[in-house]
Design a protein around this ligand. Structure first.
Ligand code: ASP
Length: 413
């Protein structure tokens, strides 16, 4: 019998994960030995898959960016790729924030609720305060680091910067450094080959992660915040299924279905792992091998986007800020909303692509307009759930970006 394709296997794994998780939570088995053992097995498999992705992440990001930049040999083209990429990142994050605001105004989540109703959750919660200037200073200091420290500790943004420098130096040095360029190019090919092997574990690993996720949700809490969850998820999906594919179609003529088909491995992995960084190896593989973006463009846009471009996070922070304002009974004026716009964008840019990190910059957003930061205690328990669609859309933005940058810079060296 012919073996089903990897995508079909992933789909079956996801269905089994959801079914197993629902069975465990509905039948109250999570505290019984059978439930505990199933959760233990699911955790082992899920973590194994995540660890394998993280294992390959650092050499892959490093080599991809160096190769990407070094291949943009003509300076003029390099300049165009840079500017188009950043313009795309800022524009789409801006659109996402406006959509987040729009949804919060239109559907008014939080109406009828009040912060006092969550006194139990917020009483003992002390959000870590960080004034905006400190946040900016910390972000800038994180950019330039000892390369060995950054590589050893997996600091993606710092690795991106080091790789950019090295790539530019290789371009400037020209033929003299051809051997190093070829060596790093081959390192990248080897990393992608290993990613291909890791993907064989994706169906089981994703099933394990999904089972845990579904089995450990607190249904009571989900119900009380159901309206907010529905609005945030619905709007994030709107951005991911209508706005981004629409922009892609307008610029490149690629149909949304064709795009989603090529991108689905990465989207599913991002949804389930809630980490753009851990998904990065899969994103690169999809962008190059399924969406056929040229190596030099994909290698530059995708790793940079994984840490900088986060539409889902930006949208969430804007919508959640208005939600908290409503809970606290505060009407935000236009000036405060503008502040939220910029801080949410900054927060999304500064957030590394790991699970629930958007919550940290959320504190910053609330603080910036004087909203109560202890409201984070209400958002935290539902964050793992919201982080799923948010991360998938974050990753989608990077793939859409690489396709658009490729189109807009083609042949304009
Ligand atoms: N989990 C998100 C990501 O990895 C970041 C966030 O928490 O918003 O893209």
């Amino acid at each position: 019998m012919k073996r089903p394709s990897l995508n079909t296997q992933i789909l079956i794994g996801c269905l089994l994960g959801v079914a197993g998780g629902l069975w465990l939570s509905q039948s109250g088995q999570t505290s019984e030995p059978i439930g505990q053992n199933t959760l233990y097995g699911a955790k082992l498999l899920g973590n194994l898959f995540l660890d394998l992705l993280r294992m390959i992440l650092v050499p892959l990001v490093f080599s991809s960016i160096v190769v990407g930049v070094a291949n943009l040999r003509a300076h003029a083209q390099m300049h165009r790729v840079w500017t188009t990429t950043l313009a795309f990142f800022f524009a789409t994050m801006g659109i996402a924030i406006v959509i987040g605001f729009g949804a919060a105004h239109l559907f008014r989540p939080g109406e009828g609720l009040h912060l006092d109703m969550f006194a139990e959750a917020t009483r003992n919660y002390q959000a870590r305060q960080m004034p905006l200037p400190d946040y900016i200073a910390q972000f800038l200091r994180g950019l330039f680091q000892n390369p060995f420290k950054a590589l050893a500790q997996g600091e993606i943004l710092a690795i991106v910067i080091i790789a950019l420098f090295l790539g530019i130096a290789l371009v400037a040095g020209g033929e003299r450094y051809r051997n190093i360029r070829v060596l790093i190019e081959e390192l990248q090919e080897l990393c992608l080959r290993i990613v291909g092997w890791i993907m064989y574990l994706a169906p089981l690993g994703l099933a394990g992660l999904l089972l845990q996720l579904v089995a450990t949700q607190d249904s009571q809490l989900l119900l009380s915040l159901g309206h907010f969850i529905l609005i945030v998820t619905g709007t994030t999906l709107f951005h991911g299924l209508v706005v981004l594919p629409g922009i892609l179609w307008a610029f490149t003529g690629m149909s949304p279905l064709r795009f989603l088909k090529g991108a689905r491995e990465a989207l599913i992995t991002a949804f389930i792992t809630s980490s753009s960084a851990a998904t990065l190896p899969v994103t690169l593989r999809c962008t190059e091998q399924h969406l056929h973006v040229k190596k030099d463009i994909a290698n530059f846009v995708v790793p940079l986007g994984a840490t900088v471009n986060m539409d889902g996070t930006a949208l969430y922070e804007a919508a959640a800020a208005l939600f908290v304002a409503r809970l606290a009974g505060i009407e935000l004026d236009l000036a405060s909303q503008l502040v939220i716009f910029f801080v949410a964008m900054l927060g999304a840019i500064g957030a590394p692509g790991i699970p629930s990190v958007g919550m940290l910059s959320m504190v910053l957003v609330l603080q910036s307009v004087g909203l109560p930061t202890e409201a984070i205690a209400i958002l935290l328990p539902i964050d793992r759930l919201l982080d799923t669609t948010r991360t998938a859309v974050n990753v989608e933005g990077d793939m859409v970006g690489s396709l658009i940058v490729q189109k807009l810079t083609a042949g304009k060296a």
